[in-house]
Ligand binder design. Structure first.
Ligand SMILES: [Zn+2]
Ligand SMILES: [Zn+2]
Length: 555
């Protein structure tokens, strides 16, 4: 009965799944747009890991739309779930609300309607920037409006069958306090009320009349309620029952889930049985997707903060242009784990993306690669904004670092770096420049930042040998002759050659390489007090001739 969609290697999983979704949607509900579903619980900051829950259905839904057919992508906010725990970084006083619906917990910042809304807003903004269009469905709204009352009554009347299915799949894993599975022979009810007195779900149903649909329940707070028609009682179905109920209600055609949900005995297996037997629907096409991890530089500002190690999509959008984030999800097959790195890897990801962009522009990419690129660069609605002039990320990061973000200096250096076709305004290199700036500030450890010395290091200068002094003289006297990226590069690498009596561009030997290395260390020490740093020509361009002479001149 399970409609699996296995993922074979070396194919275009997005195109293939979209074909299946279109065909399956047409078979189940002819003439209706198929539905791809995502579910997010706004119980705390929504991390990048959760973004796969949205990106996978988005890529499929958008692929269907690209083919000219309509497709619905719903984002079901699980905002009627109970508040389970106070996330790290929030006042312990919120513990008072544990057991209440997320929409009944107060907003931690006093600008939103509730705790749930507080965490929805940043994700909503990120989705808009990523070109992910969804139809939002609030489970609070659905439950409290009575939309699900017929399904709830059905589930309560058929509680014995539901209980038997759940019991059949119950595993021996350690008891999960949030597991709603029936225990032992006690009467099982798949609905849990939110207490009318205290608002929490520390409730136990004590009876349900199948005819009158009246329910009675008690609460840990001491309250006793009922009998009262279930339609008038706040509460929700147990999660393993709620999910298949919604598959049927929303006619979900496709809904992937984290691999942990699709193992044997998981909510998918249970739901697959309940959706057809109880709710008269069909299990969605689905597959499990793997974990999304993140990594960063130890010691950087962001990684040591309280949200450390778990960046949000908004954090990622500060560092990556939106198409790059889409690409990170689109290029990986669902069963492949993804790691989003916030360390030095960021520059490499940009380089790979730029190389792919050039291949596609040059018509050198094969069909699958070109399709992956198109899905990253835009949606069925059009292209996402890009940086008009995509300069190398590492270069922009160095410039942002050396100048500490001074825009006048940044523009001057970028103009020097692009002598053949000078950058006219910083808008040409935005938003990438802003991404580089944010990356340097938040993800580069202070020890790796560049801090130009304010005063000459007189002790170091006094200790220089004869040949080192001569090299500095060659630099300070020759650098303005060709004050450009290329001119400075030639001079810097050529000075050790000139000192050996060789032509400035003589082929490199091991000996020359060793001399260059030692010479560069002297320069780094005198300019920034470290043995390494950004590329020296970039650093020199950033400093300007006067500052260089000041720092390199012996007293
Ligand atoms: Zn708020
Ligand atoms: Zn109560």
């Amino acid at each position: 009965m399970e409609v699996a969609c296995p993922v074979a290697p070396a194919d275009d999983w997005v195109a293939r799944t979209a074909d299946q979704v279109r065909a399956e949607g047409e078979r189940r509900h002819p003439g209706e747009a198929p539905t791809c579903a995502s579910g997010i619980s706004p119980s705390g900051p929504v991390h990048l890991g959760n973004l796969r829950e949205l990106m996978v259905p988005h890529l499929i839904a958008d692929e269907v739309r690209r083919s000219g057919a309509p497709c619905r992508h719903i984002l079901s906010w699980d905002d009627y779930d109970r508040f389970r725990r106070v996330p790290a970084g929030f006042p312990e006083s919120f513990a008072e609300h544990i057991g209440r619906p997320l929409t009944a917990v107060p907003d931690p910042c006093d600008r939103h309607q509730s705790w749930a809304e507080h965490f929805k807003e940043p994700l909503r903004d990120s989705l808009a920037r990523l070109g992910v269009r969804v139809t939002e469905i609030s489970q609070t709204q659905m439950y409290t409006s009575g939309a699900y009352t017929p399904q709830i009554v059905t589930a309560m009347r058929r509680r014995a069958e539901i209980g038997a299915v759940l019991a059949k799949y119950r595993t021996r894993r350690a008891a999960d306090p949030d597991d709603d599975d029936p225990r032992g022979a006690a009467a099982y009810y798949p609905f849990r009320p939110y207490c009318a007195a205290c608002g929490r779900d520390d409730t136990t149903v004590t009876g349900f009349d199948d005819e009158s649909t009246e329910i009675t329940y008690v609460c840990a707070c001491g309250a006793q309620h009922g009998p009262i028609p279930i339609a008038q009682v706040a509460g929700k179905l147990a999660w393993k029952v709620d999910w298949p109920m919604r598959w049927a209600y929303e006619r979900v055609t496709f809904e992937p889930a984290g691999v942990d949900h699709s193992s044997p005995g998981s909510s998918f297996t249970v739901g697959g049985e309940l959706v057809s037997e109880i709710f008269g629907g069909e299990m969605p096409l689905h597959f499990g997707y793997s974990f999304v991890g993140t990594s960063g530089s130890a010691g950087s500002a962001k990684m040591s903060s309280s949200a450390g190690g778990a960046p949000t999509p908004a954090d990622a959008l500060e560092i990556f242009e939106p198409p790059l984030i889409r690409w990170l999800y689109a290029r990986r097959r669902p069963e492949q784990a993804i790691t989003l790195a916030f360390d030095q890897e960021v520059g490499r990801v940009y380089d790979e993306w730029d190389a792919l962009s050039r291949r596609v522009a040059g018509g050198e990419a094969d069909t699958v690669l070109a399709a992956v690129y198109a899905r990253a660069a835009g949606t069925s609605q059009g292209l996402l904004p890009t940086t008009p002039r995509p300069m190398k990320f590492a270069t922009l990061a160095s410039v942002a670092d050396i100048t500490a973000g001074d825009e006048v200096q940044i523009l001057r250096i970028l103009r020097d770096l692009t002598a053949e076709n000078r950058v006219a305004t910083l808008d040409e290199v935005r938003p990438r420049l802003d991404c580089a700036q944010a990356w340097v500030t938040e993800y580069v450890a202070p020890a790796d930042r560049t801090q130009v010395l304010a005063e000459p290091d007189t002790a170091r200068l006094a200790a220089l040998g004869e040949s080192e002094r001569a090299a500095l003289k060659l630099l300070t006297e020759g650098m303005t002759a060709d004050w450009s990226m290329e001119g400075l590069t030639t001079l810097l690498y050529g000075i050790p050659r000139l000192q050996r009596g060789l032509p400035i561009s003589a082929p490199p030997t091991d000996e020359i390489r060793a001399l260059q290395k030692a010479w560069f260390i002297v320069l780094y020490q005198l300019l920034i007090g470290k043995n390494r740093g950004p590329r020296l020509p970039t650093l020199l361009l950033a400093l300007g001739p006067d500052r260089i002479r000041y720092l390199l001149s012996a007293p």
